[in-house]
Design a protein around this ligand. Structure first.
Ligand SMILES: Cc1cc2nc3c(=O)[nH]c(=O)nc-3n(C[C@H](O)[C@H](O)[C@H](O)COP(=O)(O)O)c2cc1C
Length: 200
């Protein structure tokens, strides 16, 4: 990847809610991207706390079936309609990346470095976010659209059971992806000078 490709991908990574069950690249290439991202994403003290489950086909559908069943049981029928449409749009994709953080690693660091105890759960979330961002941006560079979803803790137990997830892995986020079928929504940008101070 050249520098220009990188900057372009940073701008082209958007939340793509409208996705199809198609892909622009082979499953092996998707897995290569995810492995590359897991290996190279930074983590506090190089603790490598990030964990991932990748689902395709029926497994991907299962993730969103779980979310639908749970939310159907929780929401009034009218409110569920809108939610179901949203969940169907995620299920309509090609796959879902599930992001976890290993709590045994986090707790190990807390014991090893008590001075920073309160920081490790926060840094673990940062590490997950960095991994999510690499994959999201790499997908965009390959013409795949994705969004970042948060249905935890509602779906955690059933997801763990369905995908044989170790008990120390905590679900952080879900990223459905596929070939985008619509342009992304327009996006407002605050003036940069309200967000950045420079001293030189
Ligand atoms: C930490 C974080 C949490 C987010 N959670 C959700 C979410 O739960 N559901 C969702 O649809 N989008 C979620 N988003 C996506 C944001 O709404 C989106 O990135 C933002 O509106 C900017 O749009 P863009 O992604 O198209 O650049 C999240 C983004 C971040 C960085």
């Amino acid at each position: 990847m050249t520098k220009k490709d990188f900057y372009q991908a940073v701008a082209e990574r958007r939340s793509r809610y409208s996705i199809s069950p198609k892909t622009t690249i082979e499953q092996d290439k998707i897995l290569e991207i995810i492995e590359y991202a897991i290996k190279n994403a930074p983590s506090a003290f190089n603790s490598q706390s990030q964990r991932v489950v990748v689902t395709f086909g029926e497994h991907h559908k299962k993730v969103w079936e779980i979310a639908k069943n749970i939310l159907k049981g929780m929401l009034p029928a009218e409110a569920y309609k809108t939610t179901e449409e949203k969940l169907n749009s995620f299920q309509a994709g090609y796959g879902t990346v599930l992001y976890f953080e290993d709590q045994a690693t986090v707790e190990g660091l807390q014991k090893q470095f008590p001075t920073y105890s309160a920081n490790f759960p926060v840094w673990s979330q940062h590490a997950s976010g960095m991994l999510q961002y690499i994959i999201w941006t790499a997908f965009a560079a390959e013409g795949l659209g994705a969004t970042l979803q948060h249905y935890s803790p509602l779906i955690d137990e059933q997801v763990a059971k369905a995908f044989d997830v170790p008990s120390s892995w905590k679900l952080i986020a879900q990223m459905p992806f596929g070939v985008p079928t619509a342009e992304p929504a327009s996006k407002d940008f605050m003036p940069i000078n309200q967000r950045l101070k420079v001293f030189k």
